[in-house]
Design a protein around this ligand. Structure first.
Ligand code: UN1
Length: 508
C-alpha cells in the first residue's frame, strides 16, 4: 500500500517509518505496523513495535530516570509541565489534525481533545505548588502528627484509541508534577499520535536538560507488551483505560504483585428527560452525547430515559436532528460525524442492531453503512426499547442510542442504575427537587452525575472515573493526584521523654 504522508504528520516530526519505542533514544525492531486512516482507508505511515527485550531496556531507563526526577522540587517539575502545555498550544492544530486522521473524530473534537491536554497542563502547574499534606493534633504531649506525599515511581499508562492523546496527558501532567516518570503504551490503533506526543515531551525535557526517559513510550500489542507492563514490579502504578474484560485482566495481574492501579473501563451513559425538562436542552445535549466521537466515548450517551408524557415530542425532535446529521470526512468543518475507528467497529454496531431487533426493540433510525473506501462510515442509530434489555446492558462502542420511557422519577433512577457500568449520567429537568434527588445517595450511582448538561465532555478540573464495572479509578483533576503519590504519616516527638499512644505505659 502506498503511503500518504499528510502535512500534520510532517509538522509533528513523523516520517514514513517511525520507531515505536522511546526512553531517551528511539528504538523498535519488532513487527512493522502500517497505520491506516479510517477516513479513507489509506495507509498513513508505519511504526516498528518494540520487542520484549527492547521493552525491558525502556522500562529500565524510565525506572532509572525516576531516581533523579523525584529529587527535583515539585514547582520546578511544574515548569516542565508548563512548557509541555506551551508546546501543545503551538502544535494544537497539527496534533488535532493527526488525531482526526488516525482515529477519525471530527477536527473540532480533535481540537477540543488537545485543549483538554493544555488545560490539564495548566492545572498541574498550579498543583505543583499544592501537593498538600495534613497535620493532625497528636494525642500525646509535645508530639506532632503529619502526613506528606512523596513521588511513587514509574506510572504505566495504557490508553485506548478514542482519546488517543488526552488520556496520556491527564496522567502524564499529574504524574510529572508528582515526581513520577511515565511509560506509555498507546492503543495499537493510534501509535502515530503517541509518537507525536512523546516527541513533544522529549523536546521539552531536553531543552530543560532533564533525562527524556522521564516520558517513555513502548508501542506493541496488549497481549505481549501490555502484559509485561502489568506484571513488572518496576511499574508502581498502572493507569489503564479500556474495556471491562481488559480491566479485569489488568486488575488481577497488577493486584497479584500488589501494584496500584487506576481503572477507567466501560460506561453506559444514560440521560433522564423529565416531564419538567427544557426539551431544547435535552435534545441538543443528548444528540451531541450520542453521536459525538461517533459514539466512541466512554461517556457517550447510550440510553435516554424519557417521561412518557413527553416521549412523543422528544422522539420527533431528536429524529429530526438525526435525519440531517452531516456525516463525512471529519476534517471538513461542516461534518458532525466522521467514521468509526475501523470496519470491525462497524460490524459490531450492525451485530448490536440485529440483537436489538431479536430482543423486540424497534429501530427508529439509522444503522446504514455508507459507501466509502475505508468501510467505516455508518449512520447513527436510535432504537426504542422496553427497558434495559441484555444488549442495552452491553457497552456497544458505536452510535446506537436506546430510547425508553418511565412514569415515576424513582423508576427512571432505577433504570439509569440498572446496568453494571457506572461512569456517567445526567438528568434534564427544571424541577430542583428532581435534580437534587438525582444527585443524592438515592439517585445516580455513577462517578459523574450531571444536571441539565449531557453525559460527555467532562472538564479536567473534576476527578474523572466511575463506579461498579467502570473500575473505580479517578484521574485528572480534584485530588486525583493522590493516587500518583505515596502517603507517609509521621509522628514526631519533641517532648524529651517516651510516651506511648493509646495510654499504654511502660511502668514496671
Ligand atoms: C473517554 O471517553 O475515554 O468526558 C474520555 C468526556 C471527555 C473524556 C472522555 N472529556 O467525554
Amino acid at each position: 500500500m502506498e503511503k500518504v504522508m499528510e502535512k500534520a504528520l510532517e509538522a509533528l516530526g513523523l516520517s514514513d517509518t517511525n520507531s515505536g519505542g522511546f526512553a531517551g533514544a528511539w528504538t523498535g525492531s519488532g513487527k512493522l505496523q502500517t497505520v491506516v486512516s479510517p477516513i479513507h482507508g489509506e495507509a498513513l505511515a508505519s511504526v516498528t513495535n518494540v520487542t520484549p527485550q527492547e521493552f525491558d531496556a525502556i522500562l529500565a531507563k524510565c525506572h532509572q530516570a525516576f531516581a533523579s526526577w523525584k529529587l527535583v522540587p515539585a514547582p520546578k517539575r511544574g515548569e516542565v509541565v508548563k512548557a509541555i502545555g506551551d508546546e501543545l498550544r503551538r502544535n494544537k492544530q497539527a496534533l488535532a489534525g493527526l488525531v482526526s486522521l488516525e482515529m477519525g473524530k471530527t477536527l473540532r473534537e480533535g481540537l477540543g481533545e488537545v485543549q483538554e491536554m493544555i488545560d490539564i497542563c495548566d492545572f498541574a502547574v498550579g498543583l505543583s505548588r499544592q501537593l498538600y499534606g495534613l497535620t493532625m493534633p497528636s494525642e500525646r504531649r509535645m508530639h506532632r502528627l503529619q502526613e506528606q506525599w512523596h513521588p511513587l515511581g514509574v506510572v504505566g499508562i495504557i490508553t485506548a484509541f478514542n482519546f488517543p492523546v488526552a488520556v496520556w496527558s491527564w496522567n502524564t501532567a499529574i504524574a510529572l508534577v508528582c515526581g513520577d516518570t511515565v511509560l506509555w503504551k498507546p492503543s495499537s490503533k493510534t501509535p502515530l499520535t503517541a509518537i507525536a506526543c512523546t516527541k513533544i515531551a522529549e523536546k521539552v525535557l531536553r531543552d530543560f536538560g532533564f533525562d527524556p526517559a522521564i516520558c517513555s513510550l513502548a508501542i506493541g500489542r496488549g497481549s505481549d507488551i501490555g502484559d509485561l507492563i502489568n506484571t513488572d514490579p518496576r511499574v508502581a502504578l498502572l493507569s489503564y483505560t479500556g474495556s471491562v474484560p481488559g480491566g479485569r485482566h489488568v486488575g488481577k495481574l497488577v493486584q497479584e504483585r500488589f501494584g496500584r492501579h487506576i481503572l477507567e473501563l466501560g460506561g453506559n451513559g444514560a440521560v433522564i428527560v423529565s416531564d419538567k425538562a427544557d426539551l431544547d436542552i435535552a435534545v441538543r445535549s443528548i444528540y451531541f452525547g450520542a453521536i459525538g466521537t461517533s459514539g466512541q466515548r466512554c461517556t457517550t450517551t447510550r440510553r435516554v430515559i424519557v417521561h412518557e408524557s413527553v416521549l412523543g415530542t422528544f422522539r420527533e425532535r431528536l429524529l429530526e436532528l438525526y435525519r440531517k446529521t452531516p456525516i463525512g470526512d471529519p476534517r471538513d468543518g461542516k461534518n458532525l460525524m466522521g467514521p468509526l475507528v475501523d470496519p470491525a467497529a462497524v460490524a459490531t454496531m450492525l451485530a448490536a442492531i440485529e440483537s436489538v431487533k431479536a430482543e423486540g426493540g424497534k429501530i427508529l433510525f439509522g444503522g446504514e453503512k455508507l459507501p466509502n473506501p475505508g468501510g467505516c462510515y455508518i449512520t447513527p442509530c436510535i432504537a426504542e426499547v422496553s427497558g434495559n434489555l441484555s444488549i442495552v446492558k452491553e457497552e456497544t462502542f458505536a452510535p446506537v442510542l436506546y430510547l425508553m420511557s418511565y412514569r415515576t422519577i424513582e423508576e427512571a433512577i432505577a433504570l439509569q442504575n440498572g446496568v453494571t457500568q457506572g461512569l456517567s449520567s445526567a438528568i434534564i429537568t427544571n424541577d430542583q427537587r428532581e435534580g437534587e434527588l438525582f444527585l443524592s445517595v438515592a439517585g445516580s450511582d455513577c462517578g459523574i452525575a450531571n444536571v441539565n448538561t449531557g453525559t460527555s465532555g467532562a472538564e479536567i478540573g473534576g476527578a474523572f472515573g466511575g463506579e461498579k464495572e467502570t473500575g473505580g479509578g479517578r484521574e485528572s483533576g480534584s485530588d486525583a493526584w493522590k493516587a500518583y503519590m505515596r502517603r507517609q504519616t509521621s509522628a514526631i516527638n519533641f517532648s524529651g521523654t517516651v510516651e506511648l499512644a493509646q495510654g499504654i505505659t511502660l511502668e514496671m
